[in-house]
Write a protein that binds this ligand. Structure first.
Ligand code: GLU
Length: 304
């Protein structure tokens, strides 16, 4: 039995890009007779106020989504993440990192443009005495040691993907120095404990997948099937961004019905010949991965 999920981060109102992702995840799971779950990824608590979680749930219901279990709320699951962090620590896979933001920026080698950095391993070999000494003045982040080997997989939508974690990513954070959980650990633990075996999400997360696969492997969990979907662009081919307020549901819901929004997205994705109002349930029999485009998806000009 397939179990799919949608896992939004409610740091703003749901956006067309989120709805596209929810829609394809839902259609894929339901068209295989599978289950569908909702998880609220609000681990960055200061950026995800509770009213936005309520709003996301309401928006998804308004669009016609249903899910098979109570939504999982990450901000309430700290004890569970701690348990799995402890398991990794017992295996000798973690270490405390005392680097400040300024030190990180000064010591790391830039990679993939200037948005992603590889950690230089500054704290990877501190002695127990050094750790004790530094603990007196600063609470550390916890990092996972990554291996110098390729992790490869076949994405169900993008095809083959591979990454060497040591070379392309570096030791990454499982828990931040302010106590907030790292995204990779929370995603992996929650997907595994909820029995998720199909992960459909935006292509912007494709490059995090080898890190998540490594974590799953170390925790003894099975690897789900991954399908990373293309990103949405406006009718001129520009990537949509959270700042495009007219493309979030607060503006869209005033002007369009759920069926108009879903029909426009289904058309962009390649599931309809032309944009026309559709319910989610009506789209289930039309869904095929082979119809979903692999290049960036252009929205029809339905918002102007
Ligand atoms: N919470 C992530 C986001 O909203 C998605 C994580 C995932 O689907 O694994 O971008």
């Amino acid at each position: 039995m397939i179990t799919g999920r949608f896992a939004p981060t409610p740091s703003g109102r749901l956006h067309l890009g989120n709805i596209l992702c929810a829609m394809l995840a839902y259609l894929s799971a339901r068209s295989q007779g599978g289950r569908f779950l909702l998880r609220i990824e609000d681990i960055d608590i200061p950026r995800c106020p509770e009213h936005l979680t309520r709003q996301a749930v309401e928006d998804l219901r308004w669009l016609g989504f249903t899910w098979d279990e109570e939504p999982l709320i990450q901000s309430r699951r700290s004890g569970i993440y701690q348990h799995y962090l402890d398991l990794l620590t017992e295996k000798g896979l973690t270490y405390p990192c005392f680097c400040t933001r300024a030190q990180l920026h000064a010591s790391v080698a830039p990679n993939l443009g200037d948005t992603q950095f590889i950690y230089a391993g500054t704290c990877a070999a501190l002695s127990p005495d050094e750790v004790r000494e530094r603990m007196k003045t600063r609470s550390p982040a916890i990092r996972l040691r990554v291996p110098d080997r390729e992790i490869a997989f076949e994405d169900a939508h993008c095809g083959p993907w591979r990454e060497n974690l040591a070379r392309d990513c570096g030791d990454f954070i499982l828990k931040r120095s302010d106590g907030l959980w790292g995204y990779q650990l929370a995603v992996v633990v929650d997907d595994a404990l909820s029995g998720v075996n199909e992960v459909v999400r935006g292509r912007d997360i494709l490059s995090a997948t080898p890190r998540q696969m490594y974590l799953l492997e170390q925790l003894g969990f099975p690897i789900p099937r991954y399908a990373h979907i293309p990103l949405l662009t406006d009718s001129q081919g520009r990537r949509l961004a959270k700042r495009d307020r007219d493309l979030d549901l607060s503006a869209l819901a005033r002007r369009f019905t759920p069926e108009e929004i879903l029909g426009a997205l289904a058309f962009s994705a390649g599931l309809l010949e032309e944009p026309r109002p559709m319910t989610l349930e009506g789209l289930i029999p039309l869904f095929r991965w082979s119809s979903v485009k692999t290049e960036d998806l252009r929205l029809p000009d339905f918002t102007s």
